[in-house]
Each structure stands twice: as structure tokens, then as C-alpha cells.
Design a protein around this ligand. Structure first.
Ligand SMILES: Cc1cc2nc3c(=O)[nH]c(=O)nc-3n(C[C@H](O)[C@H](O)[C@H](O)COP(=O)(O)OP(=O)(O)OC[C@H]3O[C@@H](n4cnc5c(N)ncnc54)[C@H](O)[C@@H]3O)c2cc1C
Length: 438
């Protein structure tokens, strides 16, 4: 059986490896547009920030792990340009034709440039090849402008500011980092704005280059920079699928069922290019995140290999380090909950992140959104200089399991002074939620 995989990122290589493990007799071929497979996109901000110099640290495995050990055929620097569903064939940029019994589309997502901006004056970061090309530019630049205040923009700004760059951030929002509510983000954003020059409520008009520097024009004025980076969002790479007549879903991602099959029974899709089930709303969503992509890839590979696996859904858990803060959100917020027919209530708690007497104790900001009828947790946001990541992941697990505020209150979490106060902020929030339930 021929299993062709388009794209050798997280989803593609997880699928290839799983299919081979389940059924070593399958011929698996990965066709990858770039020069690398299976690497840590998520590590690129730290590579660019100078935490390490050797990009090969971002490669999860040497290529031979796949080609020799796992017996997966890998074709690099070749793009699939067309899928012919009637002949069950794909055509590539190198004019090659591959026939498939099953095809996986795992083409990831692309960075979207700010409106009206094209060309190379504004750089985006998506692939490792982008990162390698950008590294010397970042190193020689002192003043870097970042457009966009989403997760990647905030992460890049803090990482590059920590490596002594002067960062200007341009955001078209009134307050930065919209995914966090103002009460949760208050201290973080105050510190962020003391370290990064922030232009809020500002739209980019143009970027031009002269005498080796960039002139950046926005609705708020003009400034010069040595480098301009854009982090204004991504879109699923679903054009190939669309051209082949496959159904698209949320945000233009390729519509898949919970076994990763598309509207064509011989074609699967997984990762950032595909839709996935949101377990809180029980509806189709698009969650372009690393863990979800890996798992979708594994499910796809297993199903092609002949061992049924079902993707049970995700909740969009996102963690990021911004300066010294552990920041995260998961599930759905109040406005989204209302749209999906819940009766949401928010509990916000600001309390110590460690025992009061313990060195390094600081404020932990926790917000839990829950359904006031059932008590079920729906979403959470956490900001804290210490012990933020474990709290967010605990809440993610609680939301994923569908438990109530009362269940959370009685959850028997471990306690020790360095890791939290005995009445931890998440337990305080749960106790308040229990009391205020409708
Ligand atoms: C800078 C950065 C930081 C991130 N940080 C985090 C994080 O901290 N946490 C988190 O959860 N997620 C993070 N992500 C997102 C995460 O990396 C992605 O969700 C994940 O890599 C998606 O995996 P994928 O296999 O769907 O796509 P990718 O890993 O992007 O792989 C898709 C591959 O398909 C190839 N391709 C595309 N079109 C074709 C074609 N026509 N023919 C052949 N090959 C093709 C591409 O070259 C690419 O290699 C980050 C992403 C970036 C860019």
C-alpha cells in the first residue's frame, strides 16, 4: 500500500512514523517543500534571541532516523502542486507523479502579512529555513519593530528585548494581547510596556527601505528600524485541498472527521491545515498548536496503518513565557461561552504564587470561566511569575475532563511552599465559584 504524505512537519512525521509502526509493510513517502523534516518551530524565538547558536538543536531527529531506521522515504525541497483525486495521484514541482492508496495533507499554516504589505521588507517566521535566514539579520539589528500582539508577537518581543534589542511593538488593539482579560493581564502588560515601546491603536500604513534602514509609517506616526518582523496571524495551507475539491471548514482549514478523513475517503488531513473538534463547545474549530498537530498526525497514521484511532478533540491550551511571566489560556472565554449557549460566570483571583514567606513569592492572576447552571469549567487564564504553567495545565486538565468547580475545589492537589500557598489561587477560585453558582 502506498501512503503519500504532503509536508514533513509535526503532523506529517507523526503520521509517517505511526503508520510504519502499525504496519511496517506500508510504503510511506513524505514529500516536503523545505530542506528539513520534524523540527521544533516553537523553539525558533529562543534561537533568534540567542539562547543557542546551532539551529540543528531544533531538529528532533537526524534525517537518517526516518529514512534508515524507520524506513520512511523522504523527498526534500519538492512541493506538491496538484492532487488528482480521480487518478489518486499527486504532482510535484519537480514534475514527478506519485500514486497513492491513501494521502495525508499535512501542509501546516502560513504567516499572513499585514494588510497592504507585500515583498521582503517585512519578515515573517514560520519555517526553520525562515529562522536560519533571519538569524544574522536579527543579530546585526539593534532596533526591531514587531507588528502584531498575539502570542508569537509577545513571545518574540520579550525574547528579543531580553537579548538587548530595542523593540517597538505595533498593535491595532486598544489593549495588548487580547486573549487575556484586562484584570488577568494588568501586571504583565505594565511590565511589558516598561520594557518594550508599544504603539497601541495603530495601523501599519507602509514599510520602506533606504540607506540600510526601514522607515515604518503607521497611523500614529513614523519611526525607523533595522528590522521589521510581522506576527499578524496565520492561515491554514488548504489551497491544494480546495483545488482538489475537498471540503473546507472553520477558518478555511480542511474539514476532517475525528479519524482525520476529509470529504474524500482516500485523503486525510492533520495539523495546522485541518479543522479539529473543540471539546468544550463540541463543535468544529481550528486550533493550530503543536500538541494537537502531533496527535492528529498520529491518529491519521494509525488509521492508515489499520489500527483505528479517534481524535477526541482539543481545548486550545496555549502557554507562553513573556519576560519572567508564565502566561496561558485554555478553553473558551465568557463571550465565546455565551455564543455557545452557556451561562458563563468568571471568577478572578489575585493571590500569592507561593507560600507568603517563601522566597520569590509574587502575584498569581487566575481567572476561571464556568457555566453557572452546571458548574462545569469552560475556560481559564493564568499569569504568574512562578508556578503559572502548572496551574494553567491543571485547569486545562480539569476543563478537558469536564469537571465542575466543586470537583476542582475537592481535587487533591499536591502542596509544598515553593509551589503555592496552601489555599492555592485555583482552589480559592473554585471555592468562590461553588458559592456563587446559580
Ligand atoms: C515561531 C513559532 C513558534 C511556535 N510556538 C508554539 C508553541 O510554543 N506552542 C504550540 O503549541 N505551538 C507553537 N507553534 C505552532 C506549532 O509549531 C504548529 O502548530 C505545528 O508545527 C504544526 O504542525 P504541522 O505539521 O501542522 O505544520 P508544520 O510543522 O508547519 O509542517 C508543515 C510542513 O508542510 C510543508 N508543506 C507545505 N506545503 C507543502 C506542499 N505543497 N508540498 C510539500 N510540502 C509542503 C511545509 O514546508 C512544512 O514543513 C509555533 C509556531 C511557530 C512558527
Amino acid at each position: 500500500m502506498d501512503f503519500i504524505i504532503i509536508g514533513g512537519g509535526a503532523a506529517g512525521m507523526a503520521a509517517a512514523s505511526k503508520a510504519k509502526r502499525v504496519n511496517p509493510l506500508i510504503d510511506v513517502t513524505v514529500i516536503e517543500a523545505g530542506p528539513f523534516v520534524s523540527y521544533a518551530e516553537c523553539g525558533m524565538p529562543y534561537y533568534l534571541g540567542g539562547m543557542f547558536e546551532d539551529y540543528s538543536k531544533l531538529l528532533h531527529y537526524p534525517l537518517t532516523e526516518f529514512t534508515e531506521k524507520r524506513k520512511i522515504k523522504v523527498i526534500l525541497n519538492e512541493s506538491v502542486t496538484e492532487i488528482d483525486t480521480s487518478r489518486q495521484q499527486v504532482k510535484t514541482s519537480g514534475k514527478k507523479v506519485f500514486s497513492y492508496d491513501y494521502l495525508l495533507i499535512s501542509t501546516g499554516a502560513s504567516a499572513v502579512k499585514p494588510k497592504g504589505i507585500s515583498g521582503s521588507d517585512v519578515q515573517t517566521i514560520r519555517s526553520l529555513a525562515d529562522g536560519i535566514a533571519l538569524k544574522p539579520e536579527v543579530e546585526k539589528s539593534k532596533r526591531i519593530t514587531i507588528i502584531g500582539d498575539g502570542v508569537l508577537g509577545m513571545e518574540l518581543a520579550s525574547t528579543l528585548a531580553e537579548s538587548k534589542k530595542e523593540i517597538t511593538m505595533i498593535s491595532h488593539h486598544k489593549t495588548l494581547f487580547k486573549r487575556l482579560d484586562e484584570d488577568v493581564g494588568q501586571e504583565l502588560l505594565k511590565e511589558f510596556e516598561s520594557k518594550v515601546k508599544v504603539e497601541k491603536n495603530s495601523e501599519l500604513i507602509s514599510v520602506s527601505r533606504s540607506d540600510g534602514e526601514f522607515k515604518v509609517e503607521t497611523t500614529m506616526g513614523q519611526h525607523t528600524a533595522d528590522l521589521v518582523l510581522s506576527a499578524t496571524g496565520i492561515k491554514p495551507n488548504s489551497q491544494l485541498a480546495f483545488d482538489a475539491g475537498l471540503s473546507l471548514g472553520k477558518n478555511g482549514a480542511i474539514k476532517v472527521d475525528n479519524q482525520m478523513f476529509t470529504s474524500d475517503s482516500k485523503i486525510l488531513a492533520a495539523g495546522d491545515c485541518a479543522t479539529s473538534l473543540n471539546k468544550v463547545t463540541n463543535s468544529e474549530d481550528w486550533m493550530p498548536l503543536a500538541q494537537i498537530s502531533n496527535k492528529m498526525g498520529r491518529v491519521a497514521g494509525s488509521n492508515v496503518g489499520g489500527e483505528r484511532m479517534t481524535f477526541k478533540g482539543g481545548i486550545g491550551t496555549t502557554l507562553v513565557k513573556i519576560f519572567d511571566y508564565e502566561v496561558g489560556f485554555t478553553g473558551i472565554d465568557s463571550p465565546t461561552s455565551t455564543k455557545y449557549g452557556f451561562a458563563p460566570k468568571d471568577i478572578f483571583v489575585k493571590a500569592g504564587s507561593k507560600a507568603a514567606y517563601y522566597e520569590g513569592n509574587s502575584n498569581a492572576y487566575v481567572k476561571i470561566t464556568y457555566d453557572s447552571h452546571s458548574g462545569r469549567l469552560l475556560g481559564a487564564q493564568v499569569v504568574s511569575k512562578s508556578n503559572g504553567a502548572w496551574r494553567l495545565n491543571t485547569l486545562a486538565e480539569a476543563i478537558y475532563a469536564g469537571i465542575t468547580m466543586e470537583d476542582l475545589f475537592y481535587s487533591d492537589l499536591g502542596y509544598s511552599p515553593p509551589f503555592g500557598p496552601v489555599w492555592d489561587p485555583i482552589i480559592i477560585a473554585a471555592s468562590l465559584g461553588m458559592k456563587t453558582r446559580a
